[in-house]
Design a protein around this ligand. Structure first.
Ligand SMILES: Nc1ncnc2c1ncn2[C@@H]1O[C@H](COP(=O)(O)OP(=O)(O)OP(=O)(O)O)[C@@H](O)[C@H]1O
Ligand SMILES: [Mg+2]
Length: 318
């Protein structure tokens, strides 16, 4: 059994996963409400809350699954990328727990974790596939050959897709995090009401900053009252532009690599229009799209563990 710990951003998460990929417990304590009044995550506030919430989350995972620390064989933790202060809380806790039981430790790249959300029971996805990873900090096209190797084919040149959702939501006066709010509002709007441009950058990369500026100018031209009345149409058109960019590029990448399957992971993978728009793609289960520790424990199954006590000098990376 693997104990997974994730604290890279504003979710404090602990999970227990078996070596064959069954999730015994998956506890996610989101701080989103605490950060909402600032309109985004405040790194130092996130670190302090991780410190308070992490051990209760680990205890909850043992309670939920009826297991104990002495049944854990390996401890897995997100090493990066993320907010470095937030990551350090998880890394320190994981080291302490592993050290106390003389267990090996597995440092996990958060992005590998998102991909490994596809490898969990009951419906694991077998590579090879083309993976679209769309989250709050990243928009990547990955050529996934097997469970241990992936190659980056494309990335965003500016904002990430989730970031575009969050910034768009802010321009529309919606709450944080904005992706879910835009998704909800868009279902009552007309996606063709406004024509927002999707930048066409060369190769398989993405760019979302022009789209955000287009929304900013539209909202400015309309003024507060008209914007209020047209919010659903604005949200639907804006979402449509992001989704179209993601689908077009992912399908082009699949064609370029000859991949027969597209798999979608990361927070944006829970977007309802995105889930409808691919003709033939598999999606991570909604509960495993946004940050969680089950995906971190899942990734750890395919990474060489560091034996006790060599990991005591391990550092997080931003
Ligand atoms: N239904 C949805 N539609 C669109 N975006 C969504 C939806 N649900 C969540 N998101 C977006 O997903 C993002 C959060 O995803 P995730 O937790 O994977 O990102 P992160 O961990 O902050 O970034 P990274 O994984 O790159 O470090 C936010 O930007 C949020 O707005
Ligand atoms: Mg993430």
């Amino acid at each position: 059994m693997i104990l997974g710990i994730e604290t890279s951003c504003d979710e404090t998460a602990a999970a227990l996963v078996t070596n064959d990929g069954r999730v015994l417990a998956n506890v996610v304590s989101s701080q989103a409400k605490l950060h909402a009044r600032y309109g985004g995550v405040v790194p130092e506030v996130a670190s302090r809350h991780h410190l308070e919430l992490l051990l209760p989350a680990v205890r909850q995972a043992f309670d939920d699954s009826g297991t104990r620390l002495d049944q854990v064989e390996r401890v897995a933790v997100t090493q990066g990328p993320g907010l470095v202060g937030a990551l350090l809380i998880g890394v320190s806790a994981a080291k302490a727990l592993a050290w106390a039981r003389r267990l090996p430790l597995v440092p996990v790249n958060h992005l590998h974790g998102h991909v490994a959300s596809l490898y969990l029971e009951p419906d694991p996805v077998e590579p090879p596939f083309l993976c679209l990873l769309a989250s709050g900090g990243h928009t990547l096209l990955l050529d996934v050959r097997d469970r241990r190797t992936l190659e980056v084919l494309g990335t965003t040149l500016d904002d990430a897709a989730g970031e575009a959702f969050d910034k768009g939501a802010r321009l529309l006066g919606l709450g944080y995090p904005g992706g879910v709010e835009i998704d909800r509002l868009a279902s009552d709007g007309d996606p063709e009401a406004f024509s927002f441009p999707v930048a066409r950058v060369p190769g398989l990369d993405f760019s979302f900053s022009g789209l955000k500026t287009a929304l900013l100018y539209t909202v400015r031209d309309l003024g507060p009252e008209e914007t209020e009345g047209l919010r659903a149409d604005l949200a639907a058109s804006y979402q449509h532009a992001i989704v179209r960019a993601l689908v077009e590029r992912a399908e082009a990448a699949a064609q370029a690599t000859g991949a027969e399957r597209i798999a979608v992971v990361g927070g944006v993978a829970s977007n309802s229009e995105l889930r409808r728009s691919f003709s033939n793609a598999v999606f991570a289960p909604p509960a495993l799209c946004t940050d969680n520790a089950a995906m971190i424990a899942s990734a750890a199954r395919f990474i060489e563990p560091i034996p006790y006590p060599q990991y005591l000098a391990l550092d997080a990376f931003a």
